[in-house]
Design a protein around this ligand. Structure first.
Ligand code: HEC
Ligand code: HEC
Ligand code: HEC
Ligand code: HEC
Length: 410
């Protein structure tokens, strides 16, 4: 489990690492001539098995070409294509393709093909219902299966604004499905995507393809949340007796009545156990909790986690916020703020298996205290700085807005 979380974090945080040589789009145009047979002179794939490159993130294109060349992404057609390209060539063709218009209307004077980028005609009637399901999964993920909200990384309707997350908008539906199957059976490797795709059923993948066949067709469909049911286990029953001593601060059943004490009801069991382990070891510093956790064994921590996670949380004291909601669901690409939904889920319930805590129902005061501690570095038990990297970009009023919003989530 730790290994999974660690690698997932690596995959996620790799967005912050640096990129390739600066590319020259003009030089790239000449070098891209040989690519046109398949990817189209306008960067729109000439058939459904060839991905559209027009408007794709340049860094992403360069990264894929490197992967095809080194063999870490396996494709018999692309391997020889990439083999002859230098780093500079890759940067140049990437700059060229990323500058082309994704809508499929060619701007080139050399009379490139003008096939349409939107394969809308393929959205057969029988697929409409599935496209809605695909949209729900895309926008909300499914916390019960640890499937991240795709929108958190790939952007609304697939328009990613973050360099290393590929654009999916107006991509061929068949290509998207093929890649999800490749991530699922790990013939294509990327840690985050392997986790999400392996939790997807073949139907989910088909739904996702149907959604991308024409995202506009379901623009007005309301997304549906996937609910998770708490499971009562033997561990949870054993934890109840041990939790009596916690009630003076965290409340009966983990529903604290004092805002400065966090609610533990409905929090993920693995996350609770991790925090207790770290309070005990001094990795997360709090004088009160250091004392409370000192005598707990690993088994006690697991049981306490199981007990509290099975309890139903009461509502938080937040009053909501439009700015907070916007940041939570959409992040802010211009400031490098990843959308909170990608990890904390559409309803703020977190992602238990990945170790991402619930943030809904918590008090404004506690949430503010934690974001502030991440910002000052006083709390630094988030692996690979995944929270600190985001919070350092938040201004005081962002934090106020986000905590009001999260605390109002149910
Ligand atoms: C003979 C057809 C063909 C030619 C020519 C070709 N490609 Fe490809 N390319 C493909 C196929 C097929 C794939 C999809 C591979 C897969 O399914 O993983 C692909 C995938 C890619 C991808 C990954 C796209 C994504 O969204 O992940 C990039 C980038 C790319 N090609 C760039 C190029 C460049 C640059 C050239 C010219 C130097 C080129 N290709 C020439 C067939 C071709
Ligand atoms: C934590 C961020 C993150 C989330 C959440 C995420 N992805 Fe990805 N996705 C990535 C990254 C990074 C890549 C590029 C992998 C690589 O470099 O090969 C990618 C690649 C892809 C590709 C291949 C694109 C191409 O052009 O070849 C598809 C398709 C895809 N993701 C679909 C999804 C779907 C569907 C979901 C939701 C179930 C999802 N992603 C959730 C980060 C994410
Ligand atoms: C005397 C009051 C007090 C008692 C008793 C107490 N706690 Fe805490 N607990 C706190 C405070 C204060 C914090 C917040 C620390 C911080 O600001 O980082 C906290 C934080 C936590 C957290 C982290 C929650 C999160 O969302 O990150 C967990 C888990 C926790 N306590 C579990 C327990 C358990 C289990 C017990 C009983 C064995 C217990 N606590 C007893 C005061 C208490
Ligand atoms: C890449 C994944 C990721 C993203 C994106 C993310 N978080 Fe977190 N967040 C985490 C992890 C992991 C932790 C728990 C760290 C630990 O193990 O103690 C956490 C902890 C928190 C906590 C403390 C919870 C508690 O009970 O103490 C708050 C509050 C929080 N995040 C808010 C946010 C907000 C607001 C955003 C968006 C601006 C955000 N997070 C984006 C991964 C993420």
């Amino acid at each position: 489990m730790n290994k999974i979380i660690f690698s997932l974090i690596l995959a996620v945080t790799s967005i912050n690492v640096a990129f390739a040589a600066a590319g020259n789009a003009d030089a790239g145009k000449t070098k891209a001539a040989m690519c046109a047979a398949c990817h189209g002179a306008n960067g729109i794939g000439t058939n459904d098995t060839y991905p559209n490159l027009a408007g794709q993130q340049a860094d992403y294109i360069a990264k894929q070409l490197k992967a095809f060349k080194s063999g870490t992404r396996v494709d018999p057609i692309m391997a020889p294509m990439a083999a002859g390209l230098s780093e500079q060539d890759m940067a140049d063709v990437a700059a060229y393709f990323s500058g082309l218009d994704r809508s499929g209307v060619t701007a080139s004077a050399d009379g490139g093909t003008t096939n349409s980028g939107a394969p809308a005609a393929q959205a057969v009637v029988a697929y409409v219902a599935d496209a809605s399901a695909g949209k729900s999964l895309y926008e909300l993920g499914d916390a019960s299966r640890s499937i991240g909200a795709c929108m958190g990384c790939h952007g609304k309707e697939g328009n990613s604004n973050v360099l290393i997350y590929p654009n999916l908008s107006k991509q061929h539906a068949q290509y998207i499905e093929k890649q999800l199957h490749a991530f699922k059976d790990k013939t294509r490797t990327n840690f985050a995507m392997n986790q999400f795709a392996s939790a997807m059923t073949d139907e989910d993948i088909a739904d996702m393809g149907a959604y991308f066949a024409d995202t506009k067709a379901v623009a007005n469909v309301k997304v549906k949340r996937v609910a998770t049911a708490a499971v009562i286990t033997e561990e949870a029953i054993a934890g109840e007796a041990k939790a009596a001593v916690c009630a003076s601060c965290h409340g009966v059943g983990g529903n604290s009545l004092v805002p400065m004490y966090p609610k533990l009801a409905g929090q993920s069991a693995d996350y609770i156990a991790k925090q207790l382990r770290e309070f005990k070891a001094g990795v997360r510093k709090d004088p009160v909790m250091a004392g409370m956790s000192a005598a707990l064994s690993e088994q006690d921590m697991a049981e306490l986690g199981a007990y509290f996670s099975s309890k139903k949380p009461t509502a938080g004291n937040g009053s909501g916020s439009a700015l907070g909601q916007k940041l939570y669901f959409g992040g802010d690409a211009s400031r490098g703020i990843t959308a909170c939904i990608a990890c904390h889920g559409a309803s703020g319930k977190g992602m238990a298996k990945a170790g991402f805590p619930a943030v809904a129902n918590q008090s404004v005061e506690y949430l503010t205290a934690q974001l502030t501690k991440f910002k000052t570095g006083e709390r630094d038990n988030d692996r690979n700085s995944m929270m600190r990297n985001i919070v350092k970009r938040l201004k005081k009023n962002d934090i106020e807005a986000l905590t009001q919003f999260m605390s109002s989530m149910k």
